[in-house]
Design a protein around this ligand. Structure first.
Ligand code: ADP
Ligand code: ASP
Ligand code: MG
Length: 418
């Protein structure tokens, strides 16, 4: 008998029919003789709809605490309904919120990290023969405040819980057949990967591949969780995410990711003095704003310009922070740019293969597209470009790095997702 964590994303439980199909899938797995713990997301676009609703209620930025209170209701609806659906099929089931399931997090609203899991209740119910259905994406601080783990965080709930209960397997069920060489909704000839290493998957996830939440991959790597990504719509074999993955001969790049949640900020005419950059980034860090690519241009007449990227969702906050330190730094002007996308190539083989960067630049420039910022590390390389060029750039890179396949990818969910 195996202990299996099965996680179902929003589109897999988008309506009552889909919810019932997922319930049948769970019951099948249970009746194979396994103990089952399920983690489920909010139905369909519920989370986006709740965010929209908050914007209609609130003029400025809503309170982060109340946003968490609001958004966690989405998953609470799902667990109750899924539990009913499983019970209707004659199997015992019990639903738990994140806090009932013992998911403790740090006291940060909107993107809390899990600090501790006390899974006794989950384990007891599973051992007693119930299908245990846990709300993804949510937790509680030791003070009893409700928190969320960041968009897409149900994956993290699933993998972290799998590690805590020492599950034999964690299956992430979604609306595509597995992890592809790039988003199969953008590139029709994307290839499904049989396997991918934790490190490569972590890079792809961090660089925007929505199929897995980055922290879920971090957990899987740290606790060596056997992780499979597969479709809730088909029985096809999925993708195994594991310590080491075999790379096909002649292929250097495993995958291409893109991230639209990016904005560029430039601070111009910064008087040259030691510690100026540190002041800016310390002030941003204090407000929990992550900075990604940083570029400083040469010093002219004792003043320098520098640019960096942040998440688009943090842009207003970041601009306010910069304004607040204007007199301290004494810069001339701060500008920003949106409508950008960061396109990245990832592959363990890139370390030992010369010419990868040149090929990426060449491919993009042949399309007449300007690259505004670049960053590289051992197994990845990213270019920031205008969002309007996203699809053509990803397609061209996919072809240039020999990733195209003739098999049509299975895409089960709605074609247009927000
Ligand atoms: P869920 O609701 O199941 O959590 P997500 O929307 O979060 O699903 O993630 C699945 C989506 O991720 C797919 O529909 C696909 O468009 C997108 N995606 C982006 N990059 C990839 C990739 N490399 N492989 C597979 N899917 C990808
Ligand atoms: N419902 C949350 C979101 O839409 C969490 C998740 O789906 O993983 O981001
Ligand atoms: Mg997801």
């Amino acid at each position: 008998m195996a202990l299996i964590v099965m996680k179902f994303g929003g589109s897999s439980v988008g309506d009552a029919e889909r919810m019932k199909r997922v319930a049948r899938r769970i019951v099948e797995r249970k009746q194979e003789g396994n103990q089952i713990v399920v983690v489920v997301s909010a139905m369909g676009d519920t989370t986006d709809d709740l965010i929209d609703l908050s914007k209609q209620i609130c003029e400025g930025t809503p309170s982060a605490r109340e946003m968490d209170m609001l958004l966690t209701t989405g998953e609470q609806v799902s667990v109750a309904l899924l539990s009913m659906a499983v019970q209707s099929l004659g199997e015992p089931a019990v639903s738990y919120t994140g806090w009932q399931a013992g998911m403790y997090t740090e006291a940060v609203h909107g993107k809390a990290r899990i600090t501790d899991i006390q899974p006794d209740r989950v384990l007891k119910s599973a051992q007693a023969g119930s299908v245990v259905i846990v709300a993804g994406f949510q937790g509680m601080t030791t003070e009893g405040e409700i928190t969320t783990l960041g968009r897409g965080g149900s994956d993290t709930t699933a993998v972290a819980l799998a590690a805590a209960i020492k599950a034999d397997l964690c299956e992430i069920y979604t609306d595509v057949d597995g992890v592809y060489s790039t988003d199969p909704r953008v590139v029709k000839v994307a290839r499904k990967l049989k396997e991918i290493s934790y490190d490569e998957m972590l890079e792809l996830a961090n660089l925007g591949a929505a199929v897995l939440h980055p922290r879920a991959v971090e957990y899987a790597k740290n606790y060596n969780v056997a992780l499979v990504v597969r479709s809730s719509f088909t029985q096809n074999e999925g993708t195994q995410v594991k310590e080491e993955a075999v790379m096909e001969q002649g292929i250097v790049v495993r995958g291409i990711a893109y991230d639209k949640n990016v904005a560029r900020i430039s601070i111009l005419g910064v008087p040259e003095k030691p510690g100026q950059l540190a002041k800016v980034f310390t002030a941003l860090a204090k407000e929990q704003i992550d900075v990604d690519i940083i570029v400083q241009s040469g010093v002219i007449a004792g003043a320098a310009d520098f640019s960096f990227t942040t998440a688009l969702t943090d842009l207003d906050k970041a601009l306010a922070v910069i304004e607040s330190i204007r007199s301290d730094i004494g810069f001339r002007e701060a500008t920003h740019e949106t409508d950008l996308v960061k396109v990245s190539i990832v592959g363990a083989g890139m370390v030992s293969t010369p010419g990868v960067a040149a090929k990426m630049f060449e491919t993009i420039s042949e399309l007449g597209v300007t690259i505004s910022l670049v960053s590289t590390s051992e197994i990845k390389m990213s270019c920031v470009i205008k969002q309007a060029h996203l699809a053509e750039v990803v397609r061209a890179l996919h072809t240039a790095f020999g990733l195209d396949t003739t098999e049509q990818a299975y895409v089960g969910g709605p074609q247009e997702r927000r």
